[in-house]
Design a protein around this ligand. Structure first.
Ligand SMILES: N[C@@H](CCC[C@H](N)C(=O)O)C(=O)O
Length: 289
């Protein structure tokens, strides 16, 4: 039997994560390790991994250590690295509270997308300041089978293409990444959201995530959708001076997104720890090439 590596399982609106606490950054979690852990049949199963490391112990986060003690080293389910994960930050904060590392209330979390301000309700939702959206003006299209839609290019630290459609079923089975054009707009791939209206300032979406496939929720995606919807609806807070709040339904639940006149985007939603256990390092070694 190999060494035991502690892990937890958690989710935010059913965007699920294997959480690996590793304060001193002692584990060398390779892309193959991450993919093995996230495998839903042969592994634990998840959309991604939240590697929990002290900022001071991680080369990518050392510069943020004075502002944020903990670094979210987020990985997609295929082992690739992404700049930011909105649901992940909420679950990461809930883990820190669950582990007794932080009390409920306010804390800062270091991410590859910068330091994020988080507020943990004791037994309720977690809110995260996601920063400002960037809307590079490029015309983009996304396709499914023989249909093509215009999409809004929104960057929430990571790239998104937001397409408004008539019916969420138009997105098909999303087993493969929806093709986009022009390829030059997203050289590192993109997360694609398909969106329908549910009512005033209320939309629903499905998402195909870069590196994870179709997921039950995407926090950065929900923020990108709210920002794109506000522009479409003539409710850009920078222009009106009025905050725009959208309810975004995802297959795994509901997120509430507010964009303020200064451009800051805030997301609120649930974050749940569901289990804890130990990974057998021998299994992990054998599971990877
Ligand atoms: N599920 C996440 C986004 C994770 C990263 C994404 N797949 C990417 O590659 O950019 C979220 O909740 O934001």
């Amino acid at each position: 039997m190999g060494m035991r590596i502690p892990f937890l399982k958690g989710h935010g609106t059913e965007n699920d994560f294997v959480i690996v606490p590793d304060p001193d950054n002692a584990l060398d979690l390779t892309p193959a390790d991450v993919a093995a852990l996230c495998d839903r049949r042969a592994g634990i199963g998840a959309d991604g991994v939240l590697h929990v490391v002290r900022s001071a112990a991680h080369p990518e986060a050392r510069g943020m250590a004075a502002e944020a003690e903990w670094f979210m080293d987020y990985r997609n389910g295929d082992g690739s690295i992404a700049e930011m994960c909105g649901n992940g930050v909420r679950v990461f904060a809930r883990y820190l509270q669950h582990a007794g590392q932080v009390p409920a209330g306010d804390l800062a979390v270091a991410t590859r997308g910068g330091v994020k301000a988080v507020h943990i309700d004791k037994d309720g939702d977690v809110t995260v300041g996601m920063g400002r959206a960037r809307l590079p003006g490029a015309d983009v299209t996304v396709s499914v089978a023989d249909r093509t839609w215009p999409a809004r290019n929104v960057n929430m630290g990571n790239p998104h293409a937001v397409a408004f459609v008539d019916d969420l079923a138009d997105a098909g089975d999303l087993r493969t990444p929806p093709p986009f054009s022009p390829a030059s707009v997203y050289p590192d791939g993109v997360n694609v959201e398909f969106v329908v209206d549910r009512g005033p300032r209320h939309v629903a979406m499905r998402v195909h995530e870069r590196g994870s496939g179709e997921t039950r929720s995407c926090g950065t995606g929900a923020c990108a959708v709210a920002v794109a919807a506000a522009r479409r609806d003539g409710a850009d807070p920078a222009a009106t001076g009025i905050p725009a709040t959208y309810t975004v339904d995802v297959p795994g639940g509901r997120l509430v997104i507010t964009e303020r006149p200064d451009g800051e985007v805030e997301m609120t939603g649930p974050a749940v720890i569901v289990a804890e256990g130990e990974i057998d390092s021998e299994w992990l070694e054998n599971a990877t090439p």
